[in-house]
Ligand binder design. Structure first.
Ligand code: 6PG
Length: 250
């Protein structure tokens, strides 16, 4: 993805990152269609954001009945397993705030990740059809792993180069947790009005340097096909310099 199409927002620290992400999420919902679709990410970074959505002032700003929540990837474990991305989001805010029918998890109570992928793809395609075309998601949240993966699209792995399927089974993970995964593919994650990456902490500085230098990594390749791609990072994660001119300090 060219640097010109990537906007970098640098905020002070993890709490500021969560607040800024909440502001962007609420703004996205406000301008979104009658059935707004948000694709959540897993990992540890978004947890602070998710917990904010369940409390004032954010909870009352979200029109919960008209927002649908999807997940960009999940570990192929039961939702009550601590490794479950959906389980983490449910415990942080979904179960307390969202109508159950508006929560669209990847099924992990089936035999294989591939079967789960096929079922989720059918659900996504049906939801997309109900939106009457255009991008599938109004907002896609993403993170970046130490190897440059995003969702569960690991560099050099087949799913990262999938161009037709919207959801793929990922039998082997490249980084911990080493459990099978199910992941939306780049064509699906990119079907969005906005893609918002979140990265926080000193440990992200090295991989962000590689991403912003344009290395061919899944996290560097992912971008909103019909809108903005924002990298929301804190000062601890910010590389010394970036070749992006669209760097905004907040
Ligand atoms: C997952 C995530 C993954 C995550 C990155 C960053 O299932 O693990 O979807 O893509 O976003 O690994 O994770 P942290 O936020 O924990 O650094």
């Amino acid at each position: 993805m060219s640097a010109a199409r990537r906007q970098i927002i640098v905020v002070k620290d993890a709490p500021a990152l969560a607040q800024t992400a909440a502001q962007r999420l609420v703004a996205c919902i406000e301008r979104g269609p009658a059935q707004t679709a948000i694709c959540l990410t897993g990992g540890s970074t978004p947890k602070r954001l998710y917990e904010l959505l369940a409390v004032s002032p954010w909870r009352e700003q979200i029109p919960w009945p008209r927002v649908h929540w999807f997940i960009g990837d999940d570990r192929f474990v039961p939702q009550d397993n601590p490794l479950s991305n959906t389980g983490m989001a449910r415990r942080a805010f979904l179960d307390a705030c969202a109508p159950p029918q508006n929560v669209h998890p990847i099924r992990t109570d089936v035999a294989t990740p591939d079967e789960a992928a096929r079922l989720y793809e059918s659900e996504l395609r049906a939801f997309g059809a109900s939106r009457g075309g255009g991008p599938l998601f109004d907002l896609v949240l993403l993170g970046v792993g130490p190897d440059g993966h995003t969702a569960s699209l690991f560099p050099g792995f087949p799913a990262a180069n999938e161009t037709k399927l919207w959801v793929a089974g990922v039998p082997v993970a490249n980084v911990a947790p080493f459990v099978p995964r199910v992941s939306l593919t780049l064509p699906c994650l990119e079907s969005a009005h906005e893609v918002l990456f979140m990265a926080s902490g000193h440990d992200k500085k090295s991989i962000l340097s590689r991403v912003f230098a344009g290395e061919y990594l899944p996290a560097a390749r992912a971008h909103a096909a019909s809108g903005e791609t924002i990298w929301l990072i804190d000062e601890a994660a910010a590389p010394q310099k970036t070749n992006d001119h669209s760097v905004h300090a907040r």
